[in-house]
Structures are given as C-alpha cells and as structure tokens.
Design a protein around this ligand. Sequence first.
Ligand code: HEC
Length: 186
Amino acid sequence: MSARPDGTASAQRRPKSLWLGIALAVIGLLGLVLLSTFGARTGPGASFGPFGNNSAQSFGSLGERIFLSGTDATGSAIPRSTPSMYGMMFGQTGCASCHGRDGRGGAVGAMMGSFRTPDIRWSALTSDEGPDEGGHAHSAYDEASLARALRDGIDPEGDRLDAAMPQWRLTDGEIAALVGYLGSLR
Ligand code: HEC
C-alpha cells in the first residue's frame, strides 16, 4: 500500500521527460531544416549571407565564382536545367548549394524532402574508388568526361546522372576554371 504512490509518481515522471526530449529533438530538427533551407539561398538576388553580393571582388577566381554563385565572368547566371524540386525552389545558385562549400557533398535539405550529393573535389572525381557517401559509383573523371557530366548529365560509365543534378551550359574555359577550383578543394 505504501509502495504504490511512489511507483505511480515515477511512472508518470518518466513519460513526461521522454515527451519533452522528443519535443526538443523535433524543434532542433526544424531549426536545422530552416537553417539549411535559408543557408542554401546564396544565388544572385539574395541580399544576405557572405556570398549574397556577386560583385567581381567577391570571388578569387572564375572557378570559385561558378562554384559558389553559378554566375559567369560578367555576373549573369549560367543557363542550366532546373528539373528538380530543389532547383525550382532555389533557382540560380552554384555548385556549393548542393555539394557544400567544401565540395565534399552530403545531405541537402529541401522543403519537400532531401537528397544526397557526391564528393566533387577533383581528388575524389579522379579516383575510381567506387561510391562515396553520396552513393554515385564512377570510374575516374578527366576534364572531357567532367564536361559531359556537367553539360549532358552523363557520367564516365555512360550512365545518366540523377535529375537532381542540373545540366549546365558551360564553355570550355569555364569547365577548365571549375577543374582548377575543384582541384584546390582539400
Ligand atoms: C540542385 C543541386 C545540385 C547542384 C546545384 C549541383 N549539383 Fe552536382 N550533383 C547533384 C546530385 C544530386 C548529384 C548526384 C547525381 C547521381 O548520383 O546520379 C550530382 C552529381 C554531380 C557530379 C557527378 C559526380 C559523380 O560521382 O559521378 C558532378 C561531377 C557534379 N555533380 C558537379 C557539379 C558542379 C561542378 C556543379 C556546379 C556547376 C554542380 N554539380 C551543381 C546535385 C547538384
């Protein structure tokens, strides 16, 4: 008889702290989703964030400019397909918005879900070590096969890349500049 009040009390306390924990985790996740959503908005027209300003002085090289902002040497957006939900929502952004500032790829959060992107540092693209965390197996890229992947969405194996990866109308000079920049990512 005397054991019951104690037992009841602790049985009530435990579920409460569990729910509090779940609520905190959900709030934390929502915060992360919002952060990644707004963090991805670095294209021309965005007025905030370190790369919101696309004036020439903001970039160390053409490769860096394309990688971070998706704009060409004159500051105009490089034409691309935008087949994915992500592309439609965020439009004109650079490689970094999906592959990360460090080029290592990872999870990209979009409002309708998320997807993973592969490591596109030149060291990773030129190795044929099989799938990385982004999950895309390929044999080693060179500049020509990179151009085909970027322009036509075809990897060195001849396989079609997922539609979440846009196809870009890049000049040979811009591809070379990108290769230089991807090579500088460690
Ligand atoms: C809207 C998101 C998005 C943007 C922007 C984007 N990519 Fe991708 N990219 C992807 C996804 C998703 C994949 C994986 C495709 C697959 O696995 O089939 C990918 C794949 C690739 C691959 C193939 C890698 C491999 O392992 O075969 C290369 C190379 C690449 N991207 C380079 C770039 C470059 C360079 C840019 C900027 C000019 C860029 N991407 C911009 C989403 C994006």
